[in-house]
Design a protein around this ligand. Structure first.
Ligand code: ZN
Length: 88
């Protein structure tokens, strides 16, 4: 697969082609997380991943569920429940 070649400007910024963003389902106003890594031979890889907020207390994402417009993970729900006292 041939990539689209873009230059990095003096401020170390790069414009990602609209076609690339559209193919990834990303729209203007979306939030993305930027990750950097290296491949098996040490070449740099920069990845953009659509940002999905995690637990509003600890940031954990895998078990976070939304409640009243905010996300909470299973661990924090249990901790809040134990500190708040059960009414039953
Ligand atoms: Zn949490």
């Amino acid at each position: 697969m041939q990539g689209i070649i873009r230059g990095i400007d003096p401020q170390r910024r790069i414009v990602i082609p609209k076609e690339t963003l559209m193919a990834a389902g990303l729209e203007a106003g979306d939030l993305v997380e930027v990750f950097s890594d290296a491949d098996t031979v040490g070449r740099p890889i920069v990845s953009l991943v659509r940002y999905t907020p995690g637990c509003c207390l600890c940031g954990e994402k895998t078990t976070a569920v939304e409640y009243s417009g905010r996300k909470f993970c299973e661990h924090c729900i249990l901790e809040l429940h134990s500190k708040g006292g059960a009414t039953t």
